[in-house]
Design a protein around this ligand. Structure first.
Ligand SMILES: C[S@@+](CC[C@H](N)C(=O)[O-])C[C@H]1O[C@@H](n2cnc3c(N)ncnc32)[C@H](O)[C@@H]1O
Length: 418
């Protein structure tokens, strides 16, 4: 995972980096660390990596000065260990080593418990939902095993981005650092995973031809082919397209004749499956020109599909002013934000399926939807990034009585309804 955007802050006061403290590890927090509080005289919150809630550890400070409100640190020795602690399967995981994974030291089912806690916390703190509501309390991050593999959290990444050392060896970055750590093998990369930006062996569901990749996705009983640029966006877990399409169809319950908007559509994954069911107008909006071109090809079998290329907020503001029954919203990590959310609710959709790769951004956007009467009415979360703190969430936002499809009495299936 690239840490290319990391920029160290200007130091404020005496550095505490390298100092060690004993600490009780508190709850997990968004970002792959746990929260510990150092008593006086330090009186500091420390975000501790390589720890598990409930443990007593020695924390070595990795970032922090006297002037900082909180510090960051690594658990460099464990004084009382959690029953969920395991030996990291990867030799490159641990304090000061590769920063690609956050939870190699945690048993895989317990990793999902940590992510569940994080998603719930973001929905409560930022999304302003009630922690005791069945939607929040009933949420569990679901396992998504790779077919034919044990559920061990390894060998799932179909693409892996490596840095290259001057001597040509592949490397990954240390956590929040530009420092490169040489690695022979990344255990979360699928066998034969194709390094991005390089020709190489294709994964099992891929055909590579002149910089293009074709993915066949079978979901909800239908199979569609998607052409993607070899370096373009495509979900990296081999089961992700199927699982996310099925979750989106499940919560939206699209009906024949319903008009759909697929925002941040990439190469048209959701538009293709939703449009197949509705048989009506589908507008895919995507900012990347290459992805737009591929979306046009991938959606060409749908007579009423249109691809609008440009930033979502601008396309929605200037492009077309018409109502839509269904919206799929799959923004990048920063979320959709107010301008887009308000453009979406202006179209008065019956149902919005929000596919989120950052539960904090989801929480912030859920709060904006709520200002406009759109409530979170179903939510599921999937462990599509084992060993890391990342998690994918599919949420349904709908407005009271608008929640029912116009064309049939088909109930929403699967997800918990609030
Ligand atoms: C998380 S990906 C989702 C892609 C697609 N829904 C899929 O599942 O394959 C987010 C997509 O949003 C696009 N994107 C990012 N910022 C955008 C913006 N401001 N306006 C339109 N598209 C944007 C990216 O190019 C990327 O294709």
């Amino acid at each position: 995972m690239s840490r290319g955007s990391y920029r160290p802050r200007k130091p404020r006061g005496r550095s505490r980096v390298g100092e060690r403290f004993e600490a009780e590890v508190g709850p997990v927090a968004h970002g792959g660390h746990c929260v510990a509080r150092l008593p006086e005289p330090e009186s500091r919150v420390v975000f501790v990596r390589h720890a598990i809630p409930g443990e007593r550890v020695v924390v070595e400070i990795t970032e922090g000065t006297d002037g900082d409100r909180f510090w960051r640190g690594d658990a460099v020795s464990v004084l009382s260990r959690s029953p969920d602690r395991v030996e990291a399967p990867c030799a490159y995981a641990g304090p000061g080593k590769c920063g690609g994974c956050d939870f190699q030291h945690v048993a895989v089912p317990a990793q999902r418990d940590l992510k569940t806690a994080v998603v719930r916390e973001q929905l409560v703190r930022l999304g302003r939902l009630d922690a005791s509501s069945p939607l929040v309390a009933g949420l569990r991050v679901e396992a998504v095993p790779v077919p034919g593999r044990p559920d061990d959290g390894l060998r799932w990444r179909t693409r892996q981005r490596y840095a290259v050392l001057p001597d040509g060896r592949p490397a990954m970055r240390a956590h929040r650092s530009h420092e490169l750590v040489a690695i022979d093998d990344c255990l979360i990369a699928a066998e034969g995973a194709r390094p991005v930006d390089a020709d190489g062996p294709a994964g099992p569901d891929e055909v590579v031809a002149r910089g293009l990749v074709q993915h066949d996705v079978t979901a909800a009983g239908r199979t569609h082919a998607f052409t993607v640029a070899a370096d373009g966006f495509w979900q990296v877990h081999p089961e992700a397209p199927r699982v996310l399409v099925e979750a989106v169809l499940d919560v939206l319950a699209p009906q024949p004749g319903e008009r759909a908007l697929d925002l941040y559509s990439g190469v048209g994954l959701f538009a293709r499956f939703v449009g197949e069911v509705t048989g009506a107008r589908v507008v895919a909006v995507e900012g990347d020109r290459g992805a737009c071109q591929h979306a046009r090809t991938n959606l060409s079998a749908l007579e009423s599909a249109v691809v609008e290329c440009g930033p979502t907020d601008r396309v929605l503001r200037d492009g077309f002013d018409e109502p839509f029954d269904l919206v799929v919203l799959d923004p990048p990590r920063e979320g959709a934000k107010r301008a887009v959310v308000e453009q979406v609710v202006d179209r008065r959709p019956r149902a919005v399926a929000y596919v989120a790769c950052d539960p904090a951004a989801l929480g912030r956007d859920v709060a904006i939807f709520a200002e406009h009467g759109y409530e979170l009415t179903a939510v599921r979360a999937f462990d599509l990034f084992p060993m890391t703190s990342h998690v994918e969430v599919v949420a349904l936002l709908s407005k009271g009585s608008l929640n029912r499809p116009r064309f049939s009495a088909a109930p929403l299936r699967g997800a918990a309804l609030g």
